[in-house]
Design a protein around this ligand. Structure first.
Ligand code: KG4
Ligand code: ZN
Length: 334
């Protein structure tokens, strides 16, 4: 069964074709990074208009690369995300489904980030602990199957990716912030500046990164920085050290709580998904600490961590098989 997936929840226009839930036949992403760079963040209205321009060529490209003939269903992310952006993908998917008389599947973006770890694998890796770390979410789940998650903990304020992006802005690092912090940290020492770890109590599986972000802001202000102008008086080395100290703090908490969740739930496998799962330090620490604890770790390859439609088309297979298809009244939800 071949499924065309469409994903437009934020600022990437994505289309992919996946066979039988796991074999990726094409995975096309048109990034809007350049469009939003001068604003230092995603401007929702501009994102919607860019999706409108990119959607048809991106879908065409995905179908062409996949090569082999027709698809059997159309899947689309309809929640959560920027409402204007979601509407573009949902409208395109409905139109294609109606025109070609194909089943339509509505997909939850966060669920699909966990499913990214299942692509190109022989067997489905359930049950496991799932951690989604993206620009909008930081959530821990127990996952019993592709369509079955139970929330264990989530962010009480900023998502991890959001904290990365805002700290990069405070430090005057280029947009997009997450990859910039990752890059700057390579030249810094994680021990030079210590930020308190927000554990939120010994048993908590929730997250909070806004305090660390504020701690970075006050640390930088201590150097006489003009926060409004986004310029700092820190040397390049000091910026790298603060970036590395911040990153280490976030990574400590993400890895620590995920391993604790595995212990509490008695599960020996972990899937990590979402844009922040592309972070090199996070990947290295997860690899080291799961190996030491004898846990099985699934870290999707980079193109399946950040937003993409292969994870959407893959997950949709399981919904289609279970008969869970949507009508043409499928709604986008912010
Ligand atoms: O999953 P994603 O592509 O979109 C959302 O669903 O939000 O995640 C985007 C987030 C952004 O906050 C971005 O800065 C962060 O992922 N990100 C990273 C890295 N690459 C992307 N954060 C830290 N290190 C990276 N290498
Ligand atoms: Zn995402």
């Amino acid at each position: 069964m071949k499924i065309l997936g469409i994903e437009t929840s934020c600022d990437e226009t994505c289309a992919a074709v996946v066979a039988d839930g796991r074999r990726v036949l094409s995975n096309v992403v048109a990034s809007q990074t350049e469009v939003h760079r001068k604003y230092g963040g995603v401007v929702p209205e501009i994102a919607s208009r860019a999706h409108l321009e990119a959607l048809v060529p991106v879908v065409d490209e995905a179908l062409e690369q996949a090569g082999a003939g027709d698809v059997d269903a159309v899947a689309v992310v309809h929640r959560p995300g920027l409402i204007g952006s979601l509407l573009l993908g949902v409208t395109a998917a409905k139109t294609l489904a109606w025109l070609h008389d194909l089943p339509l599947v509505g997909i939850n973006h966060v669920e699909s980030h966990i499913y990214a770890g299942c692509l190109e694998r022989e067997a489905l890796p359930f049950p496991c602990i799932g951690l989604v770390v993206s620009g909008g979410h930081t959530s821990l789940y127990t996952c019993d199957g592709p369509r079955s998650q139970t929330l264990l903990g989530a962010t009480t304020d900023d998502a991890a990716g959001e904290a990365f992006d805002k700290v990069a802005s405070i430090l005057g690092l280029p947009y997009p912030g997450g990859p910039s912090i990752d890059e700057a940290s390579q030249r810094g020492s994680p021990k030079a500046v210590h930020f308190s770890r927000p554990w939120l109590g010994p048993d908590s599986l929730d997250f909070s990164f806004s305090g660390v972000k504020t701690a970075v802001l006050y640390h930088v202000r201590g150097y006489g920085a003009g926060a409004k102008t986004r310029r700092t008086n820190l040397t390049e080395q000091e910026v790298a050290d603060v970036a590395a100290g911040f990153q280490e703090c976030v990574v400590d908490v993400l890895v620590g709580k995920t391993l604790r969740a595995a212990e509490v739930c008695g599960l020996d496998r972990i899937i990590v998904g979402g844009g922040v799962a592309a972070n090199r330090r996070l990947r290295a620490r997860f690899e080291k600490e799961t190996a030491a604890a004898g846990l099985d770790l699934i870290l999707p390859p980079m193109p399946y961590c950040t937003d993409n439609a292969a994870m959407v088309a893959g997950l949709a297979y399981h919904y289609a098989q279970g008969g869970e298809v949507a009508g043409l009244d499928l709604e986008a939800r912010a």
